[in-house]
Design a protein around this ligand. Structure first.
Ligand SMILES: Nc1ncnc2c1ncn2[C@@H]1O[C@H](COP(=O)(O)OP(=O)(O)OP(=O)(O)O)[C@@H](O)[C@H]1O
Ligand SMILES: [Mg+2]
Length: 277
């Protein structure tokens, strides 16, 4: 119900400008506490309003993710996964609650600042790869650097380094992106997400279109990146995928549960005779 939701208090930020993005510490909150997480979400609600009425998609989600953590989020269809990912990716705004990305309160940013933040601090990886077809692997990976006006020589250098870091052999760099395998495509997409050196990689079912052996290579790549300090948030339906993560959280009906809470909820629903979920 929309009426039950309070709007967040208007922030009184202490802000400075860094790389065109306003850096803002969490208002009124001890910096050492709230600044220590890459992602810090408190009591987040998202209510969609449509002609059909209100949908309360996220119901008071709080989540803190330290740097370098590989976090997996699982949940049934309609539970709120994409809604949460869209907010984490600064593509959508919560109805209430706070989201600090590297200590920056994203609600204080205007559209241009959000675009700059997305381009510099977030990398996106999708189930369907989203590469430009009939365009070489190298060019695909370079593209985010074209938008940030990086000089061509520097672009090649960074793109080649990113492709090497995801383990794609050099012989494929000049292939068109539609002329390589699915697993190779996903590694190209991860390399593209890396070129601007983001703090966080958001991956929505990145192994959903891959066979299990190829999916494994992609998961090994994420694992390695998290060990190098990248923070990974990955959505999956696949229990097997979640075993690669440092931590798995579950969304049920807009609420976030730990592994233990999820197990307790399953046990309770089984013992009440409602069957397994
Ligand atoms: N734009 C929208 N307008 C109204 N309701 C929406 C909108 N987007 C999502 N919802 C509703 O919000 C709830 C959560 O949707 P969401 O897309 O986050 O689910 P999901 O967990 O990503 O599901 P799936 O696994 O099927 O992708 C659902 O009840 C959905 O119908
Ligand atoms: Mg979804």
């Amino acid at each position: 119900m929309a009426q039950g939701i309070k709007t967040p208090p208007s922030p009184m930020p202490d802000s400075t400008v860094v790389n065109g993005v306003r850096a803002t510490l969490g208002a009124g909150t001890p910096a050492e506490k709230r600044g220590s997480y890459v992602i810090d979400i408190r009591n987040l609600h998202r209510i969609y309003e449509s002609e059909a009425g209100y949908t309360h998609a996220l119901k008071g989600i709080s989540l803190q993710v330290p740097r370098g953590e590989f976090l997996c989020i699982m949940g049934p269809s309609g539970s709120g996964k994409s809604t949460l990912m869209n907010i984490l990716g600064c593509l959508d705004t919560p109805t209430s609650g706070t989201y600090l990305l590297e200590g920056l309160d994203v609600s204080t940013l205007d559209d241009d600042e959000l675009t700059a933040l997305r381009a510099s601090r977030l990398g996106f990886v999708f189930q369907s790869f989203n590469l430009l077809p009939r365009t070489t692997v190298l060019r695909n990976v370079e593209l985010p650097l074209v938008y940030t006006n990086t000089a061509p020589k520097k672009r090649h250098e960074i793109a080649r380094k990113a492709l090497a870091s995801v383990g794609l052999p050099e012989q494929y760099y000049d292939h068109n992106s539609n002329e390589i395998s699915g697993g190779q495509m996903q590694r190209v997409a991860i390399a593209r997400a890396l070129v601007n050196d983001p703090a966080v990689i958001l991956a929505d079912e990145p192994t959903g279109n891959l066979d299990s052996a190829t999916g494994l290579m992609v998961l090994q790549t994420f694992r390695k990146l998290s060990e190098q300090g990248k923070t990974i948030v990955l959505i999956t339906h696949d229990e097997e995928v979640s075993t690669w993560a440092d931590r798995t959280m579950h969304i049920r009906d807009g609420k976030l549960l730990t592994d233990e809470e999820e197990r307790a909820a399953r046990a309770a629903s089984t013992s009440h005779g409602r069957g397994r979920t």
